[in-house]
Design a protein around this ligand. Structure first.
Ligand code: NCD
Length: 310
């Protein structure tokens, strides 16, 4: 698998590449359990450069890098504490890091920032979220979780719930769905937060049945995978606009009775009210397993990037 950067899930339009990646992630998990992890990143130093908040993405990448024998330098809150606070451009920051480290995991406020960074670098750039644009490694780990927890995505009814307009994990995930043959995709959002048309068209052009709805309850009955997301507060112009939609969906214990017994519930996290903590003990709640699968999937991506780098 040839990978130079990870910018968008448009780079992963090949099911055999995904299968290879998922198998590698599973192998890494087994090797880890046996204390037999390989060290493909030995001698490499990567930077995590984060201009927006993060818990899982940054820390799982930092753990993944170190478990594979590499080292990490980090600039979290880079908007505040890097030279960006003095007015330095992203291009200049990347040019400098290009001379220091062997790769950059970048989270930035602006759509297109990861592609821009890659244009100024010879080292690998990994997009860990570019504003409301994409979050490709999250979407890959989401699919890996479906693969591990459900076996496959073909023939499944998938419900994508929440802020489909701004949710970058959704944008990246939707671009991968045409590779599979889901029975249907339900897009559940307030009318003002619908999935952008071009992304919806990617599904319908492939003949995937799409339902665009505003109510969660009727969708739950026939969904196999329920993917909840947070209303993306930071993308709204005002507190009032956010306030009008912030509590649009909450999956509570009562809703579980409506769901199929073998359905799974996912969430990229953080949740801020979309899933009641009472749901956590239900066997269908897979969002914490999802974070764990994400660690190994990110290790598999790093392995793929650096096995080609030399
Ligand atoms: C997501 C993100 O940052 O886009 N979180 C994550 O990386 N797991 C989802 C979100 O913040 O709502």
């Amino acid at each position: 698998m040839k990978l130079k950067n990870i910018i968008s899930t448009q780079q992963f339009q090949d099911r055999s590449v995904l299968s290879h990646l998922f198998a590698a992630a599973k192998t890494l998990e087994q090797q880890h359990a046996l204390h037999q992890l390989p060290s493909p990143l030995a001698g490499k130093i990567l930077a995590t450069l984060f201009y927006e908040p993060s818990t899982r993405t940054r820390l799982s990448f930092e753990v993944a890098i170190q478990r594979l024998g590499g080292q990490v330098v980090t600039s979290e809150s880079a908007g505040m504490f890097s030279s960006a606070a003095k007015g330095e451009t992203l291009a200049d920051t990347i040019r400098v890091l290009n001379g220091y480290v062997d790769g950059v995991v970048l989270r930035h406020t602006d759509i297109g920032s990861a592609a821009e960074a890659a244009a100024h670098a010879t080292i690998p750039i990994i997009n860990a979220g570019d504003g409301a644009g994409e979050h490709p490694t999250q979407a890959l780990l989401d699919l890996y979780t479906i693969d591990r927890e459900k076996g496959h995505l073909d023939g499944q009814h998938l419900a994508l719930v929440g802020d489909l307009l701004h949710g970058r994990t959704i944008h990246s995930l939707v671009q991968l769905l045409p590779l599979f043959a889901p029975a249907a995709v339900s897009l559940v959002s307030p009318p003002s937060l619908r999935l952008p048309r071009d992304l919806k068209n990617l599904l319908t052009e492939k003949g995937i049945i799409v339902f665009e709805v505003t109510e969660l309850a009727p969708t739950l009955v026939h969904s196999d995978v329920v993917y909840m997301t947070r209303i993306q507060k930071e993308r709204f112009d005002s507190e009032e606009e956010y306030g009008a939609v912030k509590n649009s969906f909450c999956l509570g214990k009562a809703a579980l009775d409506q769901m199929k017994e073998d359905a799974i519930i996912l969430h990229p996290l953080p949740r801020v009210g979309e899933i009641d903590p009472e749901v956590d003990s239900d066997p269908r709640a897979k969002y914490f397993q999802q974070t764990r699968h994400g660690l190994y999937l990110r290790m598999a991506l790093l392995q793929a990037l650096y096995s080609n780098a030399d």
